[in-house]
Design a binder for this molecule. Structure first.
Ligand code: M6R
Length: 607
């Protein structure tokens, strides 16, 4: 959701900035812009739509120089228009900035500044440019600092000024910024991906911090404007990992990544002899773990469906009452929390504003707060007092796939660890770990049915509505399958627990309304079977996910996708994959923008 890239060095900055923006495309945007200092003045180019449009414009604009900033905008204040695209300038055009976040008191500030300053956009961000201009008396750092004290809201901000051609100033409050450290060049961006081709050394700015960046130095300051020495960290993702590797879309690549990244999520974290998992990041003593009497899993979207699987696992293996809270609800419902509560925030990006705010609230109320996060060094990863990376690698498609399965994997490991420290037998722990060892191969087996699943999508491409049914641990799978379909193919779909069907939704069924049903061989098999019979009686086409060898299931289905047998708790790791593939093919067949669906952003950093 909005992306920032900045460069200061000796090279031509335009290609670095544009490539950087491409790396941030996954966050979602609707316009883009770039500003470069050419030795005399700062020149800007902006365009609506894709980065390719911006690239075309830069070719006719003679824009060059070794210091520049660039931005992809996802409209919040003001429509999708070129004038609203960043960078924004002050009245003189000497000061130019890019901003992520929302300036909450922008109306008030704009009213005050309007007497002396000329505004050309409808954005909240432009206020910052004029405010800094107003406070500027020759020292840019001072002017930025003073202005930020007058601002309420969130920002990731990078400022450049013609009077200080060797300087970029960055500031962070609520919107992530990462500084990349190079040789006679430095970078700044919303996350580390734009700089991976040039450097692996990064500094993560914290909320309230500012940085003065030249090509040879990075000076960081805390909220009191005191110099702080920040640790330089090494990022271990390489650029190749973030590329398509021959797949037509990131989503398909990421679906096919699952057997590999699943192994990454469990590597070094299990102990077969003791039948348990060891997630060191939990940072809790055995005594503290024993005193936990309630677990709350907080997340949004797909991550919340992974959390629902986690609830089943925690309750079944450890006996600890576990709740799942959608982050945007949790933060406003005055939740009951004490020092015996363990809260996990689950997030791919680690930047989701609602999840972050909910975790802060839980922390304020005294809970143990831990993160289950993918993006290394993200805000949730740093603000929680421990937790675990899910090691899914860069997930660039807006629709989450491999992060979801790895979130479930880590939640299962935590549930096992708590279970073994309480009531779970060694034999059951070992059985679960043995089942884990077979998952990657079983995922591969499902992926080998890609072509058959594509044919099913082809057959149902004209359907307007779908139901997804599951029971028990497969109810979240149904929810996830339904979300995937609607977010990338824009087809209406709903998910229900099988038993709910007769309480209302059944009225919708007809021969025009296909139903996906997850009917694998587990303790609820017979119950699910009855639900499928109810569907068939209404003549709705049935697409079944069934366990290999279940020949009877064929009689109940119009289409059938077989998945290998595994322990019930692990079923979501397998059963979700056909649904991901179905949604993917449906979107491709319907000609949709699979990796960047309309209206959605990868990283939802506003409330
Ligand atoms: O980065 P997060 O995991 O915190 O994101 C949460 C949701 O916004 C995300 O899972 C969203 O639902 C996905 N687009 C689903 O595919």
């Amino acid at each position: 959701m909005c992306g920032i890239v900045g460069y200061i060095g000796k090279k031509e900055s335009l290609p670095i900035l544009l490539n950087g923006l491409r790396r941030l495309e996954y966050r979602g945007y609707d316009s883009a812009g770039v500003a470069i200092f050419n030795g005399e003045k700062i020149k800007q180019v902006k365009s609506v739509g894709k980065i390719e449009n911006l690239l075309k414009k830069t070719k006719t604009e003679n824009i060059f120089g070794a210091v520049g900033i660039a931005h992809t905008r996802w409209a919040t204040h003001g429509g999708v228009k070129e004038i609203n695209a960043h960078p924004h300038a002050d009245c003189t055009g000497k000061l130019v900035l890019v901003h992520n976040g929302i300036i909450e008191n922008y109306r008030e500030l704009k009213t005050k500044l309007s007497a002396k300053h000329k505004f050309i956009s409808e954005t909240d961000s432009e206020v910052l440019a004029h405010l800094i201009e107003e406070n500027y008396t020759g020292n840019l750092h001072e002017a930025v600092k003073k202005s930020l004290f007058q601002v309420q809201g969130t920002y990731g901000l990078v400022v450049m000024h013609v009077d200080h051609p060797e300087l970029l100033i960055a500031a962070r409050m609520g919107s992530p910024l990462v500084i990349g450290i190079g040789e006679e060049e430095n970078f700044i961006a919303s996350d580390a991906t734009p700089m991976l081709a040039y450097t692996k050394k990064v500094i993560f700015l914290e909320d309230g911090e500012m940085a003065d960046i030249t090509k040879d130095s990075v000076q960081t300051y805390n909220v009191q404007d005191n110099f702080v020495s920040k640790q330089i960290e090494e990022i271990d993702w390489d650029e190749a990992q973030a590329q398509l590797q021959g797949f037509p879309h990131f989503m398909l690549k990421e679906i096919f990544d699952q057997p590999t990244v699943f192994k990454d999520a469990i590597r070094g974290r299990t102990n077969m002899e003791e039948g348990t998992a060891h997630l060191g990041g939990l940072n809790m003593t055995a005594e503290e773990m024993k005193n936990i009497n309630r677990i709350i899993l907080i997340a949004c979207g797909t991550a919340s469906y992974a959390a629902m699987v986690g609830k089943y696992a925690f309750e079944r293996l450890s006996g600890i009452p576990t709740e799942v809270d959608v982050a945007s609800e949790f933060r406003y419902r005055d939740p009951i929390i004490d020092e015996h509560t363990l809260v996990f925030g689950i997030s791919q990006s680690g930047e989701t504003a609602d999840t972050l705010a909910a975790l802060r609230e839980a922390k304020r109320k005294g809970a143990f707060v831990r993160g289950i996060v993918n993006v290394v060094g993200s805000t949730i990863a740093r603000e929680t007092d421990g937790g675990t990376y899910i090691h899914a690698g860069p997930e660039l498609a807006v629709a989450s796939t491999k992060a979801y399965t790895n979130m479930i994997t880590v939640l299962l490991l935590y549930a096992l660890q708590f279970g073994r420290s309480r009531r779970l037998s060694l034999a059951t722990g070992q059985r679960l770990l043995n089942a884990f060892l077979e998952i990657s191969e079983k995922m591969q087996k499902i992926l080998s049915q890609n072509e058959e699943i594509k044919k099913i999508a082809e057959k149902y491409k004209n359907s307007q509505d779908f139901f997804f049914l599951g029971r028990g641990i497969n109810y979240p799978v149904a929810l996830e399958g339904s979300l995937k379909l609607k977010e990338i193919s824009y087809i209406h779909s709903e998910a229900y627990p099988g038993g709910e069907l007769k309480h209302g939704p059944l009225a919708l069924l007809s021969s025009e309304f296909p139903v996906f049903a997850i009917m694998t061989k587990n303790q609820l098999y017979e119950k699910m079977r009855s639900n499928v019979e109810e569907v068939r009686a209404r003549k709705a086409p049935v697409i079944l996910i069934a366990t290999e060898g279940d020949e009877q299931a064929k009689e109940l289905s119009d289409e059938i996708i077989y998945v290998p047998k595994t322990m019930e708790l692990l079923e979501p790791l397998l059963n979700t994959i056909p649904l991901q593939l179905f949604a993917y093919h449906m979107a491709v067949i319907l000609g949709k923008d699979v990796d960047r669906p309309r209206n959605l952003a990868k990283s939802v950093t506003v409330e």
